[in-house]
Design a binder for this molecule. Structure first.
Ligand code: NDP
Ligand code: 13P
Length: 322
């Protein structure tokens, strides 16, 4: 029998200290910087607010990591294209969002902007506050270029952060992105105190919905059952640390969206993602009933209570189609 250690060991990837640029010094960029430094790597952390230039930050780096919110991705790619990025280094995208102008994912934008570089998606159940406390967590690094994924795996993997590789960047990225919409619904469910049965039904049907549209967009079914899919959905939908969950919870408690977002004071990607997702679903004719209720709620077209009623009163059907 082949031993697990035989399958896992990989001597082709070196453990030597590397130099990284991490773009985005918000909650996630800072946590990723802490993980890389814990492994002895040098990190140039860049954001608009910090007093360092983008050109200096990418000088002589081995890996580029983007942990910028969705709204900053396209503009940062444009800025980087005017600079000299070291040849062929892996570009890691850790953003969970959809671009409102093109409806593309961050990895698609990076791939179009830097077609000579391997693109690696990093995504999983990774609440930054828990990671910064040193609590154990796991994630996925996915790329069509396995060697690049293995380099990124070595950069971040440690006794507190377990990193798996995957060949499915689209599925990995969409799992982390689409669950933010469902986290808003989960926050509503808990804010309205609908109970554990309702929450389980919501999350289970939401997974079916994510798989329906996620596979249509190119993700693999099994990826959505993994860490970056179901795993991240469970984390985000069950934690008050999640900003998307807090959006839904606040709306259920009668706050306005504007009030909730002001109180959060940081990125809740699910709000923008919902709008873009509905545009994609209409274009591609894919039914996504839970996300549709979230969309109506965020756009002041329905109350939280009416959204629940609408989901409960849909046409009856088999759970699975053959
Ligand atoms: N926090 C978490 O637990 C996790 C977050 N993520 C994802 O990571 C991404 C970032 O989240 P997070 O760090 O929490 O968010 P924050 O709000 O804490 O930080 C956002 C970062 O994006 C930068 N940014 C925003 N707009 C622009 C712009 N127009 N141009 C350049 N930079 C910009 C900000 O720059 P500046 O500092 O200059 O304002 C800041 O560094 C999101 O997509 C999120 O879904 C993924 C996993 C875990
Ligand atoms: O993606 C996350 C955890 O994996 C972070 O969730 P929030 O953006 O909702 O805080």
């Amino acid at each position: 029998m082949i031993q697990d250690s035989t399958i896992m060991s990989d001597s082709s990837v070196s453990n030597e200290p590397l130099t990284l640029a991490i773009l985005g010094a918000g909650a996630w960029g800072s946590a990723l910087a802490q993980l890389a430094r814990y492994n002895g790597h040098t990190v140039h952390l860049w954001s608009r607010r910090l007093d360092n230039s983008l050109a200096e930050s990418i000088d002589s780096i081995d890996v580029l990591v983007s942990a910028i919110s969705m709204r900053g991705v396209a503009v940062t790619i444009e800025q980087l294209q005017t600079l000299k990025l070291p040849d062929k280094i892996p570009i890691v995208t850790a953003t969970k969002g959809l671009d409102p102008d093109s409806t593309l994912t961050p990895s698609q934008l990076w791939g179009m902007g830097f077609s000579d570089h391997p693109i690696v998606v990093l995504s999983g159940p990774n609440l930054s506050a828990e990671i910064e406390q040193g609590l154990p967590a796991a994630t996925v690094v996915a790329s069509e270029d396995l060697e690049a994924a293995k380099i990124v795996q070595q950069v971040f993997a440690s006794n507190r952060f377990r990193v798996y590789t995957s060949f499915d960047p689209m599925g990995t990225e969409l799992g982390g992105t689409l669950k933010n919409v469902i986290a808003i619904a989960a926050g509503v469910c808990d804010g309205l105190q609908l109970g554990t049965n309702a929450k389980s039904a919501l999350l289970t049907r939401a997974l079916t919905e994510i798989i329906r549209i996620g596979t249509h967009l190119g993700g693999k079914t099994e990826t959505f059952f993994g860490l970056s899919g179901l795993g991240d959905m469970l984390t985000t939908c069950n934690s008050a640390l999640s900003r998307n969950y807090r959006v839904g919870y606040g709306l259920a408690k009668g706050k306005t969206l504007e009030q909730v977002l002001t109180e959060l004071g940081s990125t809740a990607e699910g709000v923008n993602t919902t709008n873009v997702l509905i545009e994609i679903a209409h274009r591609e004719q894919i039914p996504i009933p839970i996300s549709w209720q979230v969309y109506q709620l965020l756009n002041h077209q329905i109350t939280p209570q009416k959204a629940v009623e609408a989901l409960m009163e849909r046409d009856l059907k088999p759970e699975f189609y053959r």
